[in-house]
Design a protein around this ligand. Structure first.
Ligand SMILES: C[S@@+](CC[C@H](N)C(=O)[O-])C[C@H]1O[C@@H](n2cnc3c(N)ncnc32)[C@H](O)[C@@H]1O
Length: 275
């Protein structure tokens, strides 16, 4: 496991500081797009990833769903409006929670997942789209997901992962800086996730490597960042301001793309159920 000492406060500060940047470049979904046919627009591709998760989680009308690390709430709203689910999202970022609550469509809670006080067995499905990488203790985070799931409930985790055998160069120049700059506490590999899921008492149903279908996200983000740099004076000031701790993430975009192209990074969806 690639590991950094990032804290929950730093993760919250990262998302709060980058709030205008994330919203203008990513929109309300802060996750990869999924290109199943290759012809989808970027917007259709991010919706497609949310629907992929809904399908894996088997979400149906009336299901109680917890979205762990819900960002601006776009997936939670989609699950509520298209599937009729009752969704509760939780994020550690005050700015994200305020924006999500203002947009409505689901309940949005501000808090740290590792300190959540949701009752045992209170959800039919738990989803975590690209949030487990930020948890200081992923094993505990997944145990919490298992705790709040009702028996028979489904867990779906979409994770940025380290490839099976990254070289020392890939670790030093790609994975470690990506974690530091993106405020990821770490990047587990497939074996780590399988151990954490089994350790939480869940039964694994599938492991899907979507790396090839999602990696197009990064050239799009790079292109949008370059375009916005010239168009948007506020973004330009932000990226050129030495005092902005999180501006380095703009450069990380290149590392992430390269990490996918060289196999140092993978994108995997884990589906598990609670017996
Ligand atoms: C890459 S964003 C993904 C957002 C959202 N799932 C989406 O797909 O649009 C990561 C999210 O995880 C949240 N997060 C990170 N650590 C968290 C924690 N300890 N508790 C709750 N949320 C957390 C962040 O605030 C952010 O919303």
């Amino acid at each position: 496991m690639i590991h950094t000492d990032t804290t929950g406060d730093e993760v919250a500060a990262h998302y709060d500081e980058l709030d205008p940047y994330y919203r203008s470049l990513w929109g309300e979904h802060v996750h990869h797009g999924l290109w199943e046919t290759g012809r989808e627009s970027p917007l259709a591709a991010v919706d497609a990833l949310s629907r992929y998760v809904a399908k894996r989680a088997g979400i149906k009308k009336g299901d109680r769903v917890c979205d762990v690390g819900c960002g601006y709430g776009a997936t939670a709203r989609l699950l509520a409006s298209e599937y009729g689910a009752q969704v509760t999202g939780i994020t550690i970022s005050p700015k994200q929670q305020a924006a999500a609550a203002a947009a409505g469509g689901a309940d949005f809670v501000l808090g740290d997942w590792l300190k959540n006080d949701f009752p045992d067995e209170s959800f039919d499905a738990v989803i975590a789209i690209e949030s487990t990488e930020h948890l200081p203790d992923v094993a505990q985070g997944i145990r919490e997901m298992a705790r709040v799931l009702a028996p028979g409930g489904q867990l779906v985790i979409c994770a940025w992962m380290a490839g099976p055998s990254p070289s020392e160069w890939q670790k030093k120049h790609l994975l470690e800086p990506i974690c530091r700059e993106g405020r990821l506490v770490g990047m587990g590999n497939e074996e780590d996730y399988l151990r954490w899921i089994a350790g939480a008492g869940l039964s694994l149903q599938s492991t899907d490597d979507l790396s090839r279908q999602v990696r197009r996200t990064w050239p799009i983000c790079i292109q949008r960042t370059i375009g916005a740099f010239f168009r948007d004076p506020a973004l330009r000031r932000f990226l050129l301001d030495d005092h902005q701790r999180n501006r380095i993430f703009a450069l990380t975009l290149l590392r992430i793309w390269f990490a996918y192209l060289t196999g140092a990074m993978r994108y995997t969806v884990f589906t598990a159920s609670k017996p």
